[in-house]
Ligand binder design. Structure first.
Ligand SMILES: O=P(O)(O)OC[C@H]1O[C@@H](O)[C@H](O)[C@@H](O)[C@@H]1O
Length: 310
C-alpha cells in the first residue's frame, strides 16, 4: 500500500493477539480505569481483553486492547461494523500484534470516551527500530463513533510511516455505495497491488460490483456510505488525506457479500522528533537541540456519523 517503512493499521476485524515481549498484566491497570456504568473491561474472544463502552443514549461499542481494534458499534441494537468469520482471536496471529493499554476513561455527559496507549518495546523495536508514543482515543455518542490517533516521535531521529483504519462496515456489498470521491486521484491495486494504476475517479457514486481494491488520494473531509441495509453513514475526517475502498469478492467467498471496507488512510506521515522534553528518549541525557526537528503528527481523527433513513 505504501512505501514508507511502517503501517499503523487499526482494523475492526483484526484479531488482537497476545505478544510475548512485554509481560505486563494490563488487566490490573485496566480495571482501575473502568467505570461499571459506561466503560467495562471484560474477557472477549480468545480470552483477550475487550473494553465495552455503553452510551447513556443506548449505543454500544467494543474495543479489543490487543491491536486496539474496534470490533463492534451498535446503534439501536444494530451493529454497523463487521468482523470477518476468519478473524483469529487466538492471541498468536502475527498481525497488528501489540497490546495497547487502557490509560484513561471519561464520561462526557453520558458519552463514554477511552484512551489507549502504545509505546515501543523490544519486540516492536525488533521489527521497526524507532521510539514512539501512540495515543488512540475512542468516543461513543448517541449515533457517532469518533476516533483520534496521535503519534509522537520520541526517538532521536525523524521517521515516516503510513496509517490506515481498516474499517469493515456491515453492508450488502452489491447494494452499497460511496459518495464524495469524484475527482480524486486513484491508485488502483487491481490487478497488481505492487504496481497500482494511476487514474481519476469520474463517478459520483462508487459501487462494489466485484473485486475492489483502490486507493483514493486527497479525499474530502466527508464521505458518505450507503450500506445497502437502510443506513447512511457519514464518515468525517480531519487530517486523513486518503481513503481505500476494498471488497475481496470471491477471494473471500464466505462473507464478501456482507461487508465493504471504507478505510481512512494517510499514505505519508513524516514525524520529526518531539519537542516535548518529557517525551524525549532519555531525560538523563538530553539531546542537543540542534539534532531535533519540531514537527509532530497530531490530531488525526475520523468521525462516523450515522443517519438512519427508514
Ligand atoms: O485484511 P485487512 O488487513 O483488514 O486488510 C483488508 C484490505 O485493506 C486494504 O487497505 C488493502 O488495500 C487490501 O489489500 C487489504 O486486503
Amino acid at each position: 500500500m505504501a512505501t514508507a517503512p511502517m503501517t499503523w493499521s487499526l482494523s475492526p476485524t483484526t484479531s488482537a493477539v497476545r505478544f510475548n515481549w512485554f509481560d505486563v498484566d494490563f488487566s490490573a491497570m485496566a480495571s482501575e480505569i473502568e467505570n461499571a456504568d459506561y466503560v467495562k473491561v471484560t474477557q472477549g474472544l480468545g480470552d483477550l481483553q475487550k473494553v465495552v463502552l455503553t452510551c447513556v443514549h443506548g449505543s454500544e461499542a467494543e474495543v479489543y486492547l490487543y491491536g486496539g481494534c474496534v470490533t463492534s458499534w451498535k446503534v439501536d441494537g444494530k451493529d454497523l461494523l463487521f468482523v470477518r468469520p476468519d478473524a483469529v482471536f487466538t492471541g498468536y496471529k502475527p498481525i497488528r500484534n501489540m497490546n495497547w493499554s487502557l490509560v484513561n476513561s471519561e464520561n462526557v455527559e453520558g458519552n463514554p470516551c477511552i484512551t489507549l496507549e502504545l509505546r515501543d518495546g523490544p519486540y516492536c523495536r525488533s521489527m521497526w527500530d524507532y521510539s514512539f508514543h501512540a495515543l488512540y482515543k475512542v468516543t461513543l455518542d448517541r449515533n457517532t463513533l469518533s476516533t483520534e490517533i496521535k503519534i509522537t516521535n520520541t526517538d532521536e531521529k525523524p521517521f515516516s510511516f503510513t496509517t490506515a483504519l481498516h474499517t469493515y462496515f456491515r453492508a450488502s456489498a452489491v447494494e452499497a455505495s460511496v459518495r464524495g470521491l469524484k475527482g480524486c486521484k486513484t491508485l488502483n491495486k487491481d490487478p497488481d497491488p505492487k504496481n497500482p494504476v494511476e487514474g481519476k475517479e469520474e463517478r459520483d457514486v462508487v459501487t462494489f460490483p466485484g473485486f475492489v481494491d483502490c486507493i483514493f488520494l486527497d479525499v474530502p473531509s466527508e464521505l458518505n456510505l450507503d450500506n445497502g441495509l437502510g443506513d447512511l453513514i457519514t464518515i468525517k475526517n480531519t487530517n486523513w488525506s486518503d481513503a481505500v475502498l476494498w471488497n475481496p469478492h470471491l477471494a473471500i467467498e464466505s462473507c464478501y457479500k456482507d461487508f465493504v471496507c471504507v478505510e481512512n488512510a494517510k499514505l505519508f506521515n513524516d514525524v520529526a522528533v518531539s519537542q516535548d522534553p518529557n517525551l524525549l528518549p532519555s531525560a538523563d541525557a538530553p539531546l542537543h537541540p540542534k539534532k531535533l526537528h519540531f514537527l509532530q503528527l497530531r490530531d488525526s481523527g475520523v468521525t462516523y456519523r450515522l443517519g438512519c433513513f427508514i
